[in-house]
Design a protein around this ligand. Structure first.
Ligand code: NAD
Length: 309
């Protein structure tokens, strides 16, 4: 068994014991593209997080019998070719639903309370006395009674909605398909334009497809309420970043908070880095220890299911 890039999900705080039970295990922290073939060697079972497993890799490593992707998205593997060769590829759906929903709300709460900024002000000697420094510097926003529009009402979208409801928010949802089992008390399905027009907060939870790329752009932002906020914990390319930066800098949008950007790691010239009221985190919503343990346990279950036929 070879894990090609284990560091991303286990930087040393978790045990690989579950994997070791199933065979001789080698774990690499990370693997560069030109190292992949050598590191796989004659391993039959490989796990990857971001290391690409292309047709060429399959051809050069004929011992591969199973590929476990240590993530939800499995676009790092040429699954078409794996299918042709009869090699099963497994992924890990839904290990981080609660974590990502919690993170989306944490980003929203940070936009509304600016706790980091207020704490830094106190530590640098400023206390809110309204003579020189005041809460006006980082205004606070109450969410109760406001409307959250959720685009992509799947697992994470629905989990986010439930927390937002507990904060007293009304929920509007847009989903590609509306399924009866997705109807839930107090949440209303609306067309996309109505969601943009009525929401104080728009939170993105749909997958990245050609049809959703650039969903948030100049045109859709113009349909949003003045002073609305945008949360993106889904995928960076859903947003045209220049258009978002323009809307933040002009004051059309009051704030944005994103865990994902169009190119990751973020290049130093990304326009969002200097945009007004924009919080950026490094694609970490999925990463609490609890989620990573769940991910590793499911990966081991997938392997056990494969080994037992
Ligand atoms: P999910 O499949 O349960 O839900 C996605 C929903 O989007 C589905 O209901 C689907 O019908 C809907 N959808 C598909 N196309 C759409 C469209 N064109 N317009 C509107 N809705 C559409 O997925 P999930 O587990 O809720 O995850 C949602 C997304 O969150 C993932 O695609 C992934 O990009 C992102 N994610 C991010 C992190 C992170 O760390 N930031 C972690 C996990 C997942």
């Amino acid at each position: 068994i070879v894990v090609l890039d284990g560091y991303a999900l286990n930087p040393g705080d978790l045990s690989w014991h579950g994997f070791e039970k199933h065979g001789e295990l080698t774990v690499y922290d990370r693997t560069l593209p030109h190292e992949t073939v050598d590191k796989i060697g004659d391993a039959e079972i490989i796990f990857t997080n971001k290391t690409l497993i292309t047709k060429e890799i399959f051809d050069k490593c004929p011992s591969i019998k199973f590929v476990g992707v240590l993530a939800t998205g499995y676009n790092v593997v040429n699954t078409e070719y794996a299918r042709l060769k009869g090699i099963p590829v497994t992924n890990i759906p839904a290990y981080s639903t609660g974590a990502v929903a919690q993170f989306a709300i944490a980003l929203l709460l940070e936009l509304c309370h600016r706790i980091g900024d207020h704490s830094n002000s106190v530590k640098s000697g400023e206390w809110s006395n309204c003579a020189d420094f005041c809460y006006w510097k980082y205004p606070l926003i109450e969410l109760s009674g406001k409307t959250m529009g959720i685009i992509g009402f799947g697992r994470i979208g629905r989990a986010t909605a439930k927390i937002a409801q507990a904060l007293g928010m009304k929920i509007l949802a847009y989903n590609e398909r509306i399924r009866e089992d997705m109807q839930d008390g107090g949440m209303k399905y609306v067309p996309l334009d109505e969601l943009f027009a009525e929401s104080d907060v728009v939170s993105l939870h749909c997958p990245l497809f050609p049809s959703t790329q650039g969903l948030i752009n100049k045109n859709s932002i113009s349909k949003m309420k003045d002073g609305a906020m945008l949360i993106n914990t889904s995928r960076g390319p859903l947003v045209v970043e220049q258009d978002l930066a323009d809307a933040l800098n002009s004051g059309k949008l009051a704030g944005a908070a994103v865990d994902v950007v169009s190119t990751e790691p973020i290049p130093s010239d990304n326009v969002l880095l200097k945009a007004r009221n924009c919080i950026i985190t490094p694609h970490i919503a999925w990463a609490p220890k609890e989620s990573r343990i769940r991910l590793m346990n499911i990966a081991v279950d997938n392997l056990a299911a494969f080994l037992s036929g």
